[in-house]
Design a protein around this ligand. Structure first.
Ligand SMILES: Cc1ncc(COP(=O)(O)O)c(C=O)c1O
Length: 406
C-alpha cells in the first residue's frame, strides 16, 4: 500500500528548465491545434531545407550507406574518425583558418559542438556575450550550465550589424566568451569585414575566446563566406559548422568544431576531449560522409545559393512593401526578420498567433529570439518555392492590413 499521497504527486522538475524556452518548437503545439480545427498550416518556423524538397547530395547518402554495409556500425573514437577530422582541418586551413586535425571534434551537429565548448569553458555564474536576437540554443545551454547569457544588440537599422560599442560596454570580469553568429540566424545578415575586425578587436582587447557559429558560412547568397578565423589565424577562435544546412542533411546530426592554433586554447582542447569521451562518439556511419562532403563535388551548393538568393529577394520585396512592415534584405541563409509596427499594447506573439489562426502561416515571434515583445519582430524561413512564398506573403499582407487597422 502507498504510504502517503506522495505516490500520486507529479515528479518535480529541476528549476533550470524554467530558465529557457525554445519558441521555435514550442509554437508547433499551437499550430497543431489550428490544424486540428481544419486549417492548413504552412510551417515557416523550422530551418530544414529537406522539409521543403531540397535533396541531400546522393554521393553523401552513398558514403553513409557504404559505411553501414561495410560494417562501420560500432562506436568510433570520441573526437571523431580520423578521416573526418582531417577533412574538416583541411577545409578550414584551405580557407585561411589553419586548424590541426588534432584540434577538430566531430559532433552531433553544430548543436552538440556548442554544448561541449560552452561546457568546457563557462563556469556556473559565468557570463557569455550572445547576440540579440539570438539563436535560442545558446540561452538553453547556458541555463543548463547555471551561467548567464548577456545580450549585445544587433541593429536592424544598420543591416543587423552588431553594436560593437554596446558589446564592449557589457564586458565584466565574469565574461568568459563571445558568441558570434555570422552569417546569422535569425536575421539573415552576413557581417562586413570591418565589423568582423571590430569584433576580433574587442575579443582581443579583453582576452575573450570567440565562439564562431559558422553553420551558414557556405550559404552567403553571393558566395561562401570565409571563416572569421581567416582574418586572424592566431586569435582564440573556435568555429562550428555541420552537414545540416549547406550539405542538406540536418537529420544526420553530424557537425564539427575546429579549434584555432592559439596556444591559449590548448587547455580548452583537452577539456573538450574529456567531455567528448563521456558521450562516447557521434553517429559513426554519418561521419563517413564528412570527407565526401568537404573533399568532393559541391556543385549542389551553387544551385542552393541561387535558390536562396531568389527567395531572399522575393521575401524582402514582398514583406517590405506591406504598409507598417519593414524587412532588411537577407544576405545569407534562409531566414529574414521583418518588423511590424505594432499598435500599443500588442506583442509580437499576439501578432504571430493571430496570423496563424487567420491564415495558417506559422512564423516565430521575435521574443522567442530574445527581442522585446513590443518591437514587433518575427522570423520567417523562406525555403518554400517562389510561388508558394508569393502566396504566403499575400496572406501575410492581407492579414497585416486588417491587424493594424483593428
Ligand atoms: C545559428 C545556428 N547554430 C546552430 C544550429 C544547429 O545546427 P545543427 O543542425 O548543426 O546542430 C542552427 C540550426 O538551425 C543555427 O541556426
Amino acid at each position: 500500500m502507498a504510504l502517503t499521497d506522495s505516490s500520486t504527486k507529479a515528479i518535480p522538475i529541476a528549476r533550470r528548465v524554467d530558465r529557457f524556452s525554445y519558441a521555435i518548437r514550442n509554437i508547433v503545439a499551437e499550430a497543431r491545434r489550428v490544424e486540428a480545427a481544419g486549417t492548413t498550416v504552412r510551417y515557416l518556423n523550422i530551418g530544414d531545407p529537406v522539409a521543403f524538397g531540397f535533396q541531400t547530395p546522393p554521393a553523401l547518402i552513398a558514403a553513409v550507406e557504404r559505411a553501414m554495409r561495410d560494417g562501420h556500425n560500432g562506436y568510433g573514437p570520441s573526437a571523431g574518425l580520423a578521416a573526418a577530422r582531417e577533412a574538416v582541418a583541411a577545409e578550414y586551413t584551405s580557407r585561411g583558418f589553419p586548424v590541426a586535425a588534432s584540434r577538430v571534434f566531430i559532433t552531433a551537429g553544430t548543436s552538440e559542438a556548442i554544448d561541449l565548448a560552452l561546457s568546457a569553458i563557462v563556469d556556473e555564474g559565468g557570463e557569455v556575450l550572445v547576440p540579440m536576437p539570438t539563436y535560442p540554443l545558446y540561452t538553453a545551454v547556458l541555463a543548463k550550465l547555471g551561467a548567464r547569457a548577456v545580450f549585445y544588440r544587433t541593429d536592424a537599422a544598420r543591416g543587423w550589424a552588431p553594436d560593437v560599442d554596446h558589446l564592449r560596454s557589457l564586458v565584466t570580469p565574469a565574461t568568459q566568451a563571445l558568441v558570434i553568429i555570422d552569417p546569422n540566424n535569425p536575421t539573415g545578415a552576413s557581417y562586413s569585414a570591418a565589423t568582423r575586425r571590430a569584433l576580433l578587436d574587442v575579443a582581443d582587447h579583453f582576452g575573450l575566446v570567440i565562439l564562431a557559429d559558422e553553420v551558414y558560412g557556405d550559404l552567403g547568397h553571393e558566395g561562401a563566406v570565409a571563416p572569421l578565423g581567416s582574418l586572424d589565424p592566431d586569435a582564440a577562435i573556435i568555429s562550428f559548422s555541420s552537414l545540416s544546412k549547406a550539405y542538406l542533411a540536418p537529420g544526420w546530426r553530424t557537425g564539427w568544431m575546429g579549434v584555432g592554433r592559439s596556444p591559449r586554447l590548448d587547455d580548452v582542447v583537452a577539456a573538450i576531449g574529456k567531455l567528448a569521451d563521456a558521450r562516447l562518439c557521434s553517429t559513426v556511419p554519418m561521419q563517413h560522409a564528412v570527407k565526401e562532403a568537404l573533399g568532393g563535388d559541391r556543385s549542389h551548393q551553387i544551385a542552393f545559393r541561387a535558390a536562396l538568393k531568389e527567395r531572399g529577394v522575393i521575401t524582402a520585396a514582398h514583406l517590405g512593401s506591406i504598409p507598417g512592415v519593414s524587412c532588411v534584405a537577407p544576405a545569407a541563409g534562409f531566414y529574414a526578420m521583418p518588423k511590424v509596427e505594432l499598435p500599443p499594447g500588442r506583442t509580437d506573439e499576439d501578432y504571430v498567433l493571430a496570423l496563424l489562426a487567420a491564415t495558417g502561416v506559422l512564423c516565430v515571434y521575435g521574443s522567442g529570439f530574445n527581442m522585446p515583445a513590443a518591437a514587433g519582430f518575427l522570423r520567417v524561413v523562406f525555403l518554400a518555392s517562389p510561388d508558394e512564398l508569393r502566396d504566403i506573403y499575400t496572406l501575410i499582407s492581407d492579414f497585416t492590413r486588417e491587424f493594424l487597422r483593428a
